[in-house]
Design a protein around this ligand. Structure first.
Ligand SMILES: [Zn+2]
Length: 282
């Protein structure tokens, strides 16, 4: 077992990284003063901090499930500069490292449809057409999230880029779910509103062993503390409530957590010490 993979029953789970990008440190940490986060997340001259674009791949034995797809293969140069993208080798090449091709993915689960979670859903093929990256996959999205993405408000318009999700519908690979839903035995999506109204986390379970993919509910190990909520969140109080709810279960049942944007850790545990929640890399 390497640091980027773990086994839960018959599930082999890999942490895959599309690359890194940068976001404003203040926006990432909400009401938390810079003096508290800048030691762990040093800001560049534009006040941006470096974040991972982390996905997980779950191999069940006969199915391959990918959770989130990074920031994508076709950003323009202005976009690349704004977010200081560093995409080497990129998600599809990282999949090859574990012996898989694009065609081998059976399910793609998007926690939500912000561009840094679904950017790799599509790519420009050799004919110049924008098509689903994973031609044999069903893409699992919450119905409410799909509607938010298709009809964004001025506040979240810049986060929803239609080129990353419309082709999925056009190619009839979109599978909308409503609320908590089992995708296949042992893999379930759970509605966790906060970051967006219909954000979903993913729970992988086998005989009491659990891996929980946090999505943007807790983007990095530096966001484990309850008030460490991003300014990007549409419903920050909901994020806090869901953090507390799932931390309670995670501590009681010894879950492993997977982090969507941690630049270092894919996996780790959450502990409560002196009334505060803390990260334990394990
Ligand atoms: Zn994100």
């Amino acid at each position: 077992m390497t640091a980027n993979s773990l086994t839960i029953g018959h599930f082999q789970i890999y942490g895959l990284r599309d690359g890194f990008f940068c976001l404003d440190g203040g926006a990432m940490f909400g009401v938390i003063p810079k003096t508290l986060w800048e030691k762990k997340y040093p800001a560049d001259e534009h006040n941006r901090i470096r974040l991972g674009l982390n996905s997980i791949l779950i191999r069940t034995g006969d199915k391959n499930v990918l959770v989130d797809t990074g920031i994508g293969t076709h950003p323009d140069s202005k976009f690349k500069n704004i977010y200081s993208l560093d995409l080497h080798p990129g998600l599809v090449d990282t999949l090859k490292d574990v012996g898989l091709e694009r065609e081998d993915i059976d399910y793609v689960i998007n926690t939500h449809l912000h561009f840094d979670h679904c950017g790799g859903n599509t790519f420009i093929d050799s004919g110049g057409e924008n098509v689903p990256t994973f031609p044999n996959a069903e893409y699992i999205v919450q119905k409410g999230e799909w509607e938010s993405a298709c009809y964004p408000t001025p506040r979240d318009k810049a986060s929803y880029l239609a080129k990353y999700f419309r082709p999925i519908e056009e190619h009839k690979q979109l599978h909308l779910v409503e609320g908590d839903t089992q995708i296949i035995e042992g893999i379930e999506v759970l509605l966790t509103p906060g970051h967006t109204a219909f954000h979903q986390c993913v729970k992988i379970e086998f005989e009491g062993q659990v891996l929980f993919f946090l999505g943007d509910m807790v983007p990095t190990s530096g966001h484990v503390g309850l008030p460490y909520v991003m300014s990007y969140d549409l419903f920050p109080m909901k994020t806090m409530q869901n953090k507390e709810k799932f931390y309670g279960l995670a501590i009681e049942e010894d879950w492993t957590m997977a982090f969507n944007h941690d630049p270092e850790f894919f996996f780790g545990k959450i502990e409560k010490k002196n009334g505060k929640y803390i990260f334990n890399p394990g």
